[in-house]
Design a binder for this molecule. Structure first.
Ligand SMILES: N[C@@H](CCC(=O)N[C@@H](CS)C(=O)NCC(=O)O)C(=O)O
Length: 215
């Protein structure tokens, strides 16, 4: 049993919860924080995240930022708990996971996060959508998903035959695009990507996260 804190949205704490995930089987404290709050460089958020962004993470006296670094740390520290091998058990598997984590960060995330913002959050925030940006990034995402389609035709998951952090890191943006926009077909119309998406998004731990987001 371990306690750590995640600061997922902004700096102002509005509510705290204790959760146990079926994926990791440890209890953590997560702070749900109101977004869009005016904050300044003296705020709690800048004390734990130098760019004033989210997420930020504390475990004992360690404070970390950058979501993928946080995930790597948690996966290493709790390597023997819950789903084992999330971050690999030997250097070659680890390298393959890192390769696809980088692909997510460098190739998948840029267009998918722009589309998520433009298609999901801009309307919620009553901001005008940028149609040219949407078109441009949809085209970029198509190219990335063509590569994924090919890869997932020869392996069950991105880094091989086991579910790893490489797959996990694709969950948030894909969840938004598939469930909250009319662009689901970008994923579901591709045989291998669609099969992969169904597999990773129906894992009990992810369903629990989605459930929490809808609370
Ligand atoms: N590369 C960072 C990205 C952090 C990031 O862009 N966070 C956004 C929310 S997803 C944020 O805090 N935006 C508010 C801001 O920049 O003021 C990570 O993966 O942790």
């Amino acid at each position: 049993m371990s306690h750590f804190s995640l600061f997922p949205l902004a700096w102002l704490k509005v509510n705290t919860r204790n959760l146990t995930t079926s994926n990791c089987r440890y209890t953590y404290l997560i702070l749900f924080i109101k977004f869009n709050v005016v904050y300044n460089s003296a705020s709690l958020m800048f004390m734990v995240q130098p760019f004033g962004q989210v997420p930020a993470f504390q475990d004992d006296d360690i404070t970390l930022f950058e979501s993928r670094a946080i995930c790597r740390y948690i996966a290493e520290k709790y390597a023997n708990k819950g789903t084992t091998g999330l971050y690999g058990t030997n250097p070659l598997v680890k390298a393959s996971i890192d390769q696809w984590l980088e692909a997510e960060s460098q190739s998948f995330n840029p267009p998918s996060s722009i589309l998520t913002f433009q298609l999901v959050f801009a309307p919620r925030m009553k901001l005008k959508q940028d149609e040219a940006l949407i078109k441009q990034n949809e085209a970029k995402l198509v190219k990335v998903l063509d590569v994924y389609e090919n890869r997932l035709g020869s392996s069950r998951y991105l880094a091989g035959d086991e579910f790893t952090m490489a797959d996990l890191s694709h969950l948030p943006n894909t969840q938004f695009l598939v469930e909250k926009t009319d662009r689901a077909e970008l994923f579901t119309s591709r045989k291998n990507v669609g099969r992969w998406w169904t597999e990773i998004s129906t894992r009990p731990s992810w369903k629990k996260v989605v459930e929490m987001q809808n609370v």
